[in-house]
Every structure is written in C-alpha cells, then in structure tokens.
Design a protein around this ligand. Structure first.
Ligand code: NAD
Ligand code: DAU
Length: 365
C-alpha cells in the first residue's frame, strides 16, 4: 500500500493521522473527511487492530490517502513528511489493549515508547526545517488515556490535567512514558505538542477484544459473557465521535504545551454496562432462547485491575467549549445497532488470530 497522491504544499497541506486504521483513528479520519476540505494522510502499520475496511467509506476520496508503515521507522516517516508536508500530526498509533499488555508487554514498549520517541524525533527534524509561519502553526497532537493516572477510590474526585501519574498496567505505563516524552520534547526543544488524556471510548469499528464489542459479539453467538472479578469496576464512557470532536477542537484551538482531559461524565460499573447491552439486544434482536443476560459469567479478575476511572473535563469544556453530544444510553443504542447492521465487519476481523487471542486470554480463567 502506498501514498496515492503527492499532496499540495499550499493552504491545503494535510493532517497526518497515525494509527488511523484503528478504532478511534478511523472514526476520526471518517468524521474529518465528512466535515472539511483539509486533506488527511493516514499512516498505519495494520497490526491485528488496524483494518482498511474501517476506511472503505473513503475509497475514491481525493482528499484522503493511505500509507502502510510503522511510526518507529525513521527513514520511512522522514520521507513521508518531506513529501506530504503536513500541518499537523495526530498520533493515535499504539498497542491499546490492557489484557494483551499483561500477557505480552514487549510490543507496548516497542510501539508506545520507542515508536513515539522516534516519531517525535522525526517530527522535530521536519518541524525545525519549516518556514517560521508554518513552524508556529504546526501541531503534534498525542492521543493518550486516563489510565496514566492510575486507579480512583470510590469517593475520590475525578482525574484532571494536574492529577499525578500513577500507571498500573504495562499498557498504561507505556502510555505514561510516551506522554512524558511528548511533554519533554515541548519543554526542551519547543516542539508545539498537545496531549489529550481520554476515558473509555465505545462505538463503531471497535475491535471485539474490548468490553462492549466483545459482549455484543459473544451474546449474539450465545457464548459466555466474561465479566472480570465482581464486575464493580467503574469506567467513564465516551462515545467515539464525541472524542473525535474533542480532538478537532484541541487541534484548532488548544494551546501548545497543554494537556486536555476528555471524558463522558458517564461513570458505569462493568456489570451495569453488560446488563445494559443485554437489555438493548433483547429489544433490538430478541432471541428465541431467552434473554441475553443468561450468558453473563463471572470469571477470575484481570491482574492489577484498576478499580475506577473518571475524568473531570472542565478545562476543555470551559476553554474550548467542547461537550459530549451523546449520553451513554443513546451512544450505546447506536453502537448496538451498528454491530447488528455490520455483522460482516465483525466477521472479517474475527479471523484466526482473534480466536487465538480468545484462547490465550479466557481459557485459563
Ligand atoms: P486500536 O488498537 O484500535 O488502534 C491502534 C492503531 O494503531 C491500529 O490501527 C494499529 O494498526 C496502529 N498501530 C499500532 N502500532 C503501530 C505502529 N508501530 N505504527 C503505525 N501504526 C500502528 O486503538 P484505539 O482504541 O483506536 O486507540 C487509539 C489511541 O487512543 C491509542 O493511542 C490509545 O492509547 C488511545 N486511547 C484509547 C482509548 C479507548 O478507549 N480505546 C481511550 C483513550 C485513549
Ligand atoms: O480508559 C481508557 C482506556 O480504556 C484506553 O486507554 C484503552 O486503550 C482501552 O482499551 C480501555 O481500557 P480498559 O481496560 O478500561 O478497557 P477494556 O474494554 O479492556 O475493559 C473495560 C472494563 O471491562 C475493564 O474494567 C475490564 C472489564 N472487562 C474487559 C473485558 C475485555 C471484563 O470484565 N471482561 C472482558 O472480557
């Protein structure tokens, strides 16, 4: 797969989106291309989590190009940057699944830490050579997670931009390390970076290893719905298009050197999420075998499982006027309908290696 076009170097300089064939990245690219003329170049390694089907809606769109590659491949990224001359880089590329980081942390170190470091260095070299005006308007936006802050007690205030870092899993530790690198590249070299730390996303195109799509997929197949531990862990859920809108706002108006905490103000326990999914499926796709809730199964907990995440999104609300459009109820209903209407997408991504993953993660539980 190669870049389709050599893009113009005038006011239509593109945005480079790394990891844009994954869940949030693909939603970001699709929403971006639907809403504006600025071109996008998607760079993605196409790991198990990246899927070109996610971008099929852009086939033939002259404002979008795709290139397959690794953010850690310095020569490749250097050549790409000098060819497309992006106005900004939005970095979604990462290994993103906590359970995979527990069973095999090395890829997380390689991509999330070393890969981000190399991307920063290549971006810095490119940015240093830009004319002054373009240098000032350039942005390196690093998409990160609320998990870098660790775990909250039930009575604690939600995380915010000044919360101390306290990551607990190999995944969150690798994302925390990447955040520190990004911050340092601003402080030391002046690279105009912005970091966003977002809570749990859900919506179309999410790989069915994550809680919500896994439960939908298993329920429809009549398979056990594996709830870790007591199911009372809490996450703050945000519909993916609301996250994408927040990133666009930050790219437009965010301050270099700042971080923005993004969340849905929608704390739910895992067992409540799974029951809500079952209720939605009971209404949207009733089964002759009875309620989908019958498949809920409590299984041994995730090692080091964080108990609660929650975000205070006051800064981005006040400074940039962003707020989520979807409630958890409306977003979840949309999501369930999307998976019901797009069974072929799920079938295409749950090929051999997905079955291997289910065996590795769940058979010993
Ligand atoms: P995902 O796993 O669905 O997608 C990651 C994408 O990155 C895939 O397309 C993959 O092929 C690509 N990729 C992986 N390694 C790469 C490399 N070395 N070079 C180029 N591309 C590579 O992840 P997601 O859920 O879409 O998350 C995207 C980003 O948002 C991640 O950085 C994640 O930490 C962050 N985030 C996710 C959530 C969430 O709830 N999913 C919440 C907050 C932040
Ligand atoms: O908080 C943001 C983070 O949210 C992102 O940075 C991560 O990339 C993203 O994967 C997500 O991490 P979580 O670990 O919270 O998401 P996951 O969907 O894996 O799990 C959500 C909760 O559900 C968590 O408490 C574990 C639980 N769970 C998960 C799975 C896959 C289960 O009970 N059973 C399961 O089978």
């Amino acid at each position: 797969m190669t870049v389709v076009t050599t893009l113009r170097t005038d006011e239509l300089r593109p945005v480079l989106v790394t990891g844009g064939a994954g869940f949030i990245g693909a939603n970001f690219v699709l929403d971006w291309c639907a809403g504006q003329d600025v071109p996008v170049v998607t760079l993605d390694k196409l790991t198990y989590a990246g899927n070109l089907h996610n971008l099929a809606g852009l086939h033939g769109n002259e404002r979008h190009s795709f290139v397959r590659g690794d953010i850690g491949d310095v020569d490749f990224v250097r050549t790409l940057l000098s060819r497309i001359k992006p106005r900004a880089i939005v970095n979604f590329a990462a290994e993103s699944h906590v359970d995979r980081s527990i069973l095999g942390p090395e890829d997380f170190i390689t991509t999330n830490i070393v890969g981000t470091f190399r991307l920063l260095e290549t971006a810095r070299e490119y940015w240093t050579g830009l004319p002054q005006r373009e240098k000032e308007s350039f942005r390196f936006l690093h998409v990160s997670t609320d998990e870098v802050y660790g775990s909250l007690t039930p009575e604690a205030d939600p995380f915010h931009e000044a919360s101390p870092y306290s990551p607990n899993s190999p995944y969150s530790a690798s994302k925390a390390a990447s955040d520190h690198l990004v911050r340092a590249w601003h402080h030391t070299y002046g690279l105009p970076v912005i970091i966003t730390n977002c809570s749990n996303n859900y919506g179309p195109y999410q790989f069915p290893e994550k809680l919500i799509p896994l439960m939908i997929h298993h329920a429809l197949a009549g398979k056990p719905l594996p709830v870790y531990g007591d199911g009372q862990q809490i996450r703050d859920w945000l519909y993916v298009s609301d996250h994408c809108a927040a990133i666009r706002a930050v790219l437009r108006e965010g301050q270099p050197g700042h971080t923005y905490a993004i969340g849905g103000d929608s704390e739910k326990s895992n067992i409540d999420v799974v029951r809500t999914i079952c209720d939605a499926l009971d209404q949207e796709r009733p089964s002759a075998k009875g309620s989908y809730g019958q498949y809920i199964t409590f299984v041994p907990d995730r090692p080091g499982h964080d108990r609660r995440y929650a975000i205070n999104a006051g800064k981005i609300r006040q400074m940039l006027g962003w707020r989520p459009r979807e409630s958890f109820e409306s977003g979840l209903r949309k999501t369930v309908r999307w998976y019901l209407d797009n069974a072929a997408w799920t079938d295409s991504v749950v090929a051999g290696s997905y079955r291997d993953w289910l065996g590795r993660n769940y058979s010993a539980r």
